[in-house]
Design a protein around this ligand. Structure first.
Ligand code: ZN
Length: 80
């Protein structure tokens, strides 16, 4: 008869690359720390999907908008 082969599939922790068992509490991460690090990456925008705008035309438009604004001085006078 065919003997049942017990095979445990090991995965690598996405954060540090350590081997993790599916039975582990923090699977697929090796630890709670690595899980939080991975979440932090998402929060900080490391895994950005959109790319920044680098069109020269757009930059020119932005340059045209800024500048030419005069800010008057404040009317506060300090009498020492
Ligand atoms: Zn890890």
């Amino acid at each position: 008869m065919a003997a049942k082969k017990k095979s445990i599939k090991l995965l690598h922790c996405p954060t540090c690359g350590m081997l993790v068992r599916p039975t582990d509490e923090d699977f697929p991460f090796c630890s709670d720390r690595c899980r939080k690090i991975d979440l932090g990456k998402w929060a900080m925008g490391v895994y950005k999907i959109s790319s920044p705008i680098l069109d020269p035309e757009v930059l020119e438009d932005l340059g045209d908008l800024s500048g030419g604004q005069n800010r008057g001085g404040n009317g506060d006078s300090y009498d020492g």
